[in-house]
Design a protein around this ligand. Sequence first.
Ligand code: ZN
Ligand code: ZN
Ligand code: FE
Length: 755
Amino acid sequence: MHRLRLVIRGAVQGVGFRPYIYRLAGELKLRGYVTNTAQGVVIDIEQEQQTLDQFLARLPRELPPRAFIQSCEVSHLDPLGHESFEIRISSDGGSKTAYVLPDIATCPDCLQDIFDSTNRRYLYPFTNCTNCGPRYTIIESLPYDRANTTMKKFAMCPRCCEEYEDPRDRRFHAQPNACPDCGPQLELWDDGGSVLARKHDALLATVEAIRAGMVVAFKGLGGFHLIVDARNEQAVANLRKRKRRTSKPLALMYPTLQQVLDDCFADDVEQRSLTSIESPIVLLRKRQDVSRVATAVAPGNPYLGVMLPYTPQHHLLMRKLGFPIVSTSANLAEEPICIDEQEALRRLHGIADLFLVHDRPIKRHVDDSIVRIVAGREQVTRRARGYAPLPVTLAQSLPQSVAVGAHLKNSVAVSVGRDVFISQHIGDLETAEAYRAFENVLADLIRLYETVPEVVACDLHPDYLSTKKAREFKAPVVAVQHHYAHILSCMAENEVAPPVLGISWDGTGLGVDGTIWGGEFLLVDETSYSRVGYLRQFPLAGGDAAVREPRRSALGLLYQAYGEKCFDMQSFASDVFATNELTVLRGMLVNRVNTIPTSSAGRLFDAVASLLGLCHKATYEGEAAMALEFAIAGAQTEDVYPFQIGENDSILILDWQPAIALLLVDRDHGVPTSTVAARFHNTLVEMIVAVAKRSMQPKVALSGGCFQNKYLTERTITRLRAEGFHPYWHQRVPPNDGGIALGQIAGAARAKTGK
Ligand code: ZN
Ligand code: ZN
Ligand code: FE
């Protein structure tokens, strides 16, 4: 028996939605209930997995005529043992906080309007209705009224007014309602801001520019994107060079689902995610024989990040083009996406050839979200468009709090009552631009929800800019250890009560002992947590530089295992380190200067990726770990390398040394890298199983950036289940540091209430 909970918002109240669910539940013999709450309609159902999948597939297809779903968040939870199906009387425990909806992909009716030559909105790129269109990106303040959106500068024409005021019309109270006579319009600019074309001509000229291999900056829903023809190797290479993005994969937009299926494998869950109202980028395995997409799009990567058009502007463009495009955030490296025309002209100078802009202001930047299907469920790894700012609703009311997140992949959160509102993805707080965006989003969220924080939660790291920001508030500050926050985040979204064994594996986070943690086994109890185990530490020479150079992790790992003998090992032939580099690093390691011990699983992945020759220097975070996962390439083996479990002050130390020794033997005897990579992953999984067995905790939560690794996560789930454990992993909230803010809020609440 499995359990699903759906929280649905939209036109689902007073349109026969609950009777519809009741009928569907009867046909599928579901058990559970449906109810109206302040959050929307909640459906809580239990049945076999297959039947629940059928329910998810049929739900949007057979909706009553006037019902429409604007957001639908699905969580897989532990079964409660419901006995029958019922329509429950609204029991309102939740807060009445006004919900700001996320931006919603174009609905089928609006799509029909823009491609019907007799319709007054024919080819109009800003068409929307109550069921679709911009929301979060245009709201300036609550309540959600046109006067409080960036649409206030457009006065509706009489025909739009009529629709807006007619309760029978699909555009009744559609706040961004607009038409070609009264609404926003497109313009195509050169890189000096001179107008080259207007309205539909601007779109047609854009199509020609993309066909000709140019880089176009495209002002869309939540910011500017850079667009090129995805088939054009030269154009993609050009974009990479100008954006200074060497090899990190670029996202694609396809004109149709059919074209996606021509190039990629997508099962039912993946297709549902692609075509959902959230319309995220979905990571799909590409077909071997695909030659249409330029190799520069995702070099050496068996996956493509794919999305479908989600605004009329995109639909019009993609229908004219008829082939996939690269559509990537318009920024340099990890800076936040541009939202304003003048800013775009300045920041994208020399990057974009042309600018397709419009005059509907974007209130706040919202990137495309990223989803990967893990163990048959959606896992959001970047939570932004389509999801932000929907709340995660907790079981109990919390003190009003603010969480500032960590340092990388930052997002922030505020809590009101039982709801935790998580901001859109902000990015790495590495540049002044990113820090400004962080401050803006934080202030914006606090203002939007009128939060008066009683407590401010931050990371334990005193030097993070986010931590420093937390200290600017007047409220008391609670520093929550990074890996503890990861586990609390996973527990919160899965509604799991302690005690829980948390596996918190990521690249980096400051531990309470001043070392770098990242391969942690934490026991979370009713009030706090304890560190029950960690991966054996090894020294990293050169601090932050080690993060960008997996070869330094490899050297540190070997030094820990073999001492100075490691410098003679052929692993470090001249192709990995130059002689003088090796001399410097040797000095650091031997004299323990500028080295820091770490138990990071992320760095262990880095080390092995380098030892296997897959990646010595990374150009983006997680590159080496991804290379190691992809190296498995379908290799199927149950083999495991040996490892040892030691103890230090009754804390378990998971020693990888025996595994590394055999891994090197395998490598040097020409065992295929795919097999070696699979054996290494399997070994890590068995370490988790071994600690779970010793801890005797039935519930195991998996969090941290390492669990974006599909092989690692799925195998851990399978093995834990086989041994009788109950694993939990991330679904709606990212396992990476994008999910930290939620855990910080939960951690601060526990510190404050002693729970
Ligand atoms: Zn619509
Ligand atoms: Zn109008
Ligand atoms: Fe982390």
